[in-house]
Design a protein around this ligand. Structure first.
Ligand SMILES: [Zn+2]
Length: 499
């Protein structure tokens, strides 16, 4: 018998199939597509994404949801069925509020903006990109009007990546972080720099790859349901919990980028693999938000992977693989070297201590652009003055300044804050796990990550998208998203390293 639930399950199941197929095509595009395949890939993706959108916004979905919503009162609001109905209704509402002509116009503007951004970047000239960015900001202002009940226009943009998060919360968090992080960087800059010659000698890529695989395997990544490949820009993606793909890269002169990148993406991968099978082919698949996702990648990359207990276990193993490069290096030298703080221009190369400052300046500029407090033509100047204020350096040109990231050209406004939120949530989870399991560091010292992984699995991973980020963090840690644990962690770690 066809019930509203059967009908909804079937329809959103097919939406999920199309989403998985499109994600698989995108993985292929970034990992193994020959250059000449760009057009056919573009055609396949446009068709599949359009079909997925049409299916999700079909009247039949709305009707099934209406009927089910009538019965939700009798359900436990925390049950996965009740949450599935609520999340699907939310996704349906958002998708149906945006007219098809807007979606098409956005696709047109973005596809012209991306090559213009690439040209502007290679010519180090913002003016080439400026009219395209103006069009994108205009587009975003129009997008905001589809959601008139928002408290702040930027809330609408944030909500696409960080459901339920408010601009006011983000501003308050950045207001707390800014002075303390700026002060920390100033204090560290006055200390003698860390010398780490071992970072500047050649390492064999294959050997680093094999070591990274050992580490990720120890973290608990399930190779029967995932794989790791190479790509220019590392990323992770998943077609449900059963097939999780991640990539890393080797860059000459940055030997450990491959390893830390692999640990980072494995954090995303473990999250996806841990989502309950009950959410497969529903709108509850995947992570709670980009910020919560990033909390997992940052936790494994930094709080675990750049910690002393971790290297007490793994450094002898790394030395055994690289006797000529690391044979004469002590553990404290290695630990300090991989945690070296530098005031640098490029966000993706930034260390733990400076990273949030890079993100902060982007979020502040985005909010000002959306509020109309700053014009696109004044962006390079505003960027450079903030770099000077926060990091004490000024980019020599637009390519290493305002043009460095792809996000704006891709129409991704509201995205950057998720990186910082991820750092903060990671530190909150780290403290909470330590409080319930005081043996945390001893386990890591033994290379045993099972307790940490299963705690993250039961507290975060299994739920998929059931809870919004603020609610999830509150459930797990008992507090709201809070910059204090992260600041405490940073200050104590880096003052120690640079003492
Ligand atoms: Zn990430």
């Amino acid at each position: 018998m066809s019930t509203p639930l059967n009908r909804l399950t079937k329809l959103v199941g097919e939406v999920a199939d199309l989403r998985h197929a499109a994600d698989l095509l995108e993985w292929d595009e970034r990992v193994c597509m020959p250059e000449g395949g760009a057009q056919v890939h573009g055609e396949m993706l446009a068709t599949i994404r359009r079909l997925a959108h049409e299916k999700l916004t079909a009247d039949a979905v709305g009707e099934a949801l209406d009927q089910l919503n009538g019965h939700r009162g009798g359900l436990d609001p925390d049950s996965s069925l009740s949450r599935m109905i609520a999340v699907t209704a939310r996704d349906y509402d958002k998708a149906t509020k945006v007219p098809a002509d807007f979606v098409a116009e956005q696709a047109r503007i973005v596809s012209a903006a991306q090559p213009a951004w690439a040209r502007a970047r290679s010519a180090c000239s913002f003016s080439i990109f400026q009219p395209h960015l103006e069009a994108i900001i205009g587009l975003k202002r129009r997008y905001v009007t589809f959601f008139p009940s928002a408290d702040h226009p930027y809330d609408v943009l944030l909500d696409d990546y960080e459901p339920g998060m408010k601009t006011a919360d983000v501003k308050a968090i950045l207001g707390t972080l800014r002075p303390r992080q700026v002060e920390l960087i100033r204090a560290l800059a006055e200390r003698p720099p860390i010398a780490a010659a071992f970072l500047h000698v050649p390492y064999a890529e294959q050997e680093l790859w094999a070591f990274a695989v050992d580490v990720i395997t120890a973290f608990g990544f399930d190779w029967a349901h995932g794989r790791q490949d190479k790509s220019v820009h590392p990323f992770a993606t998943a077609f449900g919990a059963d097939d999780v793909r991640m990539t890393t890269r080797f860059v000459e002169g940055q030997p450990f980028g491959l390893l830390f990148g692999a640990m980072h993406e494995a954090g995303h991968g473990l999250y996806e693999q841990g989502v309950s099978g009950a959410h497969h082919r529903t709108q509850l698949e995947g992570g709670a938000s980009l910020g919560v996702h990033e909390s997992q990648s940052r936790l494994w990359e930094n709080l675990v992977g750049r910690s002393l207990p971790f290297w007490e276990h793994f450094f002898p193993k790394l030395q055994a693989r690289f006797p000529s490069q690391l044979g004469g290096v002590t553990l404290p030298q290695f630990y300090k070297g991989i945690n070296k703080v530098e005031r640098s221009l490029i966000r993706v190369e930034a260390d733990e201590a400076t990273y949030n400052l890079h993100v902060m300046l982007r979020v502040e500029l985005e909010i000002a652009l959306v509020e109309g407090g700053i014009a696109v033509e004044d962006l390079p100047e505003a960027w450079n003055s903030r770099m000077q204020e926060y990091l004490g350096i000024t980019p020599p040109n637009d390519a290493s300044g305002v043009l460095q990231d792809i996000h704006w050209s891709a129409g991704l406004l509201g995205y950057f804050a998720t990186y910082t939120l991820g750092n903060l949530i990671a530190a909150q989870l780290w403290d909470k796990f330590q409080a319930i399991d005081p043996a945390r560091d001893d386990q890591i010292r033994r290379g045993d990550f099972s307790a940490l992984r299963s705690w993250l699995g039961s507290e975060i991973h299994q739920y998929g998208r059931m809870y919004q980020p603020r609610e999830l963090v509150k459930r797990v840690t008992g507090s709201s998203i809070d910059p204090e644990p992260y600041l405490r962690y940073l200050e104590s770690k880096y003052r120690g390293i640079y003492s």
